[in-house]
Design a protein around this ligand. Structure first.
Ligand SMILES: [Zn+2]
Ligand SMILES: [Zn+2]
Length: 228
């Protein structure tokens, strides 16, 4: 039997039968990760905007500054990340760009690729927030998961999210949930910021909040029936 690895170089999963049937090249956990990064980036941008604001204000006090202070760490990174990018920007093949690419500059080529392949209207605005929302919608994300280049996109967005997190020093928080896993009964359910799914550290299953609420009601009803 031949196995089909997930298209992402940094993922070691093999595609399951239902993923192959759906013509996915990217495994479902990777698709969900992509969705959670696209949800996280707009929140991270609020923090980036905040630090740009603070630094601009303190630098704009006027007058000649007698003592040259060292630039605040991370500031060029923040400006780079928030920098504009055009729809027709070409990639920087010679590495002339200093520092990280703007967030919009990383997202635009992927949005453009999907909208051109599918002849879908691109987002009206090219802000990173609009680009994230456009890519994270079910249809574009579903199309991405079946493309041969899906792994490249997943790894590139992962790199972008890591760069942003290193700049803001803000990482999604994970919180344990005090409810046994509906599948394996282990107390290892964890919820993570920006993620649609709560995952079980025991069996690897993923649940929505609604599914867990339903499972809790079923357990309570079963206990009540048992006690009666
Ligand atoms: Zn994967
Ligand atoms: Zn479990």
């Amino acid at each position: 039997m031949t196995t089909h690895p997930c298209a992402a170089a940094t993922c070691h999963r093999t595609l399951r039968d239902h993923e192959l049937t759906a013509h996915q090249t990217l495994c479902t956990p990777c698709v969900r990760l992509l969705g959670s990064w696209l949800a996280e980036i707009p929140t991270q941008i609020i923090v980036l905007e905040g630090s740009r604001q603070r630094e601009t204000t303190s630098a704009g006090t006027g007058g000649r500054v007698a003592i040259r202070t060292a630039p605040l760490p991370g500031r060029p990174d923040v400006l780079n990340l928030l920098g504009p990018a055009a729809w027709t920007d070409v990639r920087d093949p010679h590495g002339d760009q200093h520092g990280p690419l703007p967030i919009a500059g990383v997202l635009i080529p992927w949005v453009r690729l999907v909208s051109e392949e599918r002849r879908w209207n691109p987002p009206a605005s090219l802000t990173p927030q609009a680009l994230c929302a456009w890519l994270a919608a079910p249809r574009p994300l579903g199309w991405v998961s079946r493309r041969p280049w899906a792994g490249d996109m997943r790894d590139e967005l992962h790199e972008l999210v890591r760069t942003i997190r290193n700049t803001t020093r803000l990482r999604p928080q994970r919180r344990p949930i005090t409810q046994p896993c509906p599948r394996c009964d282990d107390l290892e359910l964890v919820e993570t910021d920006h993620q649609l799914y709560i995952d079980c550290g025991g069996c690897g299953a993923m649940f929505t909040r609604e599914e867990l609420a339903l499972a809790a009601r079923i357990t309570a009803a079963a206990l009540e029936a048992g006690a009666a």
